[in-house]
Design a protein around this ligand. Structure first.
Ligand code: CIZ
Ligand code: SF4
Length: 319
């Protein structure tokens, strides 16, 4: 629409004016992902967003995603101004893991190495030995296991359970979940698979174990996009936020992508398989943040230093 065009032009002008770069997650709206691509920004998972933002020479990072992604950017680049379209965009994993309760839990298990998922507040990261994203979680846990370490994992119990099963590591799990991935149904996928037996199933391991069991490939968003390209299959059933279809379809224009069902009867719905917090990012509030300098992320200095250590461990980790 013409209104969107005007907004897009305004954002492009403001990005230049402020020497700013747009860093967008795969789960944001197509228009935002496209804009990030067109303006020399990046569209990525949370690990690559963090790497890209830290390396880029821009003065301002505009992070389209959820709160922890903006915080991570600020922790890694304190000298940069970090803006988000909205500060209201949180995550059920972050909400489900309050720093004080988490810290008490860690205190009860001093013999365990604390590994937290990137989808957490700066305060929770500050209590951790390691931060990981789903892209490198398995590799890091294997590394710690080889050193004989016992793990305390938070917050996603499905991802934690998946890693535990895959590595055999001794992991104590926090009881958190992603409200988007938790809704995928094994029965719905089996029914779809009956219709298209030649289709491959791609699953993000924040999904329940019964769903991950049906996967031909389980992995992070970037790993699933890579698998979509490499697998010989022409049809793919995909269990992760449907925001990923923008990039995935771009990579495999010739393949047919199916949204994994969020209901047992094979149905999908408009508001399912899409993160309500990611969806808060829009062209309007993105333009507003750049125009008014609103949605700026600040992280207290002591907290920043404490959270930086486990984050740097992740960024410096080589398999
Ligand atoms: O579900 C999320 O928020 C994901 C997959 C984040 C990420 O690591 O890119
Ligand atoms: Fe959090 Fe799930 Fe949304 Fe990702 S998709 S930001 S894990 S609620």
């Amino acid at each position: 629409p013409a209104q969107d065009e005007a907004r897009i032009d305004e954002i492009k002008r403001l990005l230049e004016l402020h020497n700013a770069v747009l860093v967008a997650h795969y789960y944001t709206d197509d228009a935002i992902q496209q804009l990030a691509e067109e303006t020399g920004g990046c569209v990525a998972d949370s690990l690559e967003m963090a790497r890209f933002g830290a390396r880029h020479e821009a003065d301002t990072l505009v992070v389209a995603g959820v709160r922890f992604m903006g915080e991570t950017a600020k922790i890694l680049s304190p000298e940069k101004r970090v803006l988000m379209p909205t500060l209201e965009a949180t995550c059920s994993l972050d909400i489900g893991c309050p720093a004080d309760e988490f810290s008490a839990f860690c205190d009860q298990h001093p013999d365990r190495t604390v590994v937290v998922y990137a989808n957490t507040s700066a305060a929770v990261k500050a209590r951790a030995d390691w931060v990981v994203t789903s892209s490198i979680a398995v590799d890091v846990i294997e590394h710690l296991q080889a050193r004989g370490e016992k793990i305390l994992w938070a917050p996603d119990k499905h991802l934690g359970g998946y890693i535990q099963q895959k590595t055999g590591a001794d992991m104590l799990l926090w009881d958190g979940a992603c409200i988007v991935h938790e809704e995928f149904k094994a029965k719905g996928i089996e029914d779809l698979k009956a219709l298209y037996p030649e289709a491959a199933v791609l699953v993000h391991p924040e999904s329940p174990a019964a769903v991950v069991e049906l996967a031909d490939v389980a992995g992070s968003t970037s790993q699933l996009i890579k698998a979509a390209k490499e697998l010989p299959h022409d049809k793919l059933i995909v269990a992760t936020d449907r925001g990923i279809f923008f990039k995935m379809q771009q990579m495999v224009p010739e393949k047919t992508l199916f949204e994994a069902p969020t209901a047992g009867n094979g149905a999908t719905c408009k508001s399912c398989a899409h993160c309500p917090w990611m969806a808060m990012n829009a062209l309007d509030n993105l333009a507003g943040a750049l125009r008014e300098g609103s949605g700026e992320i600040f992280v207290d200095d002591a907290l920043r230093h404490a959270a930086l250590k486990p984050l740097e461990r992740m960024l410096n980790f080589q398999k």
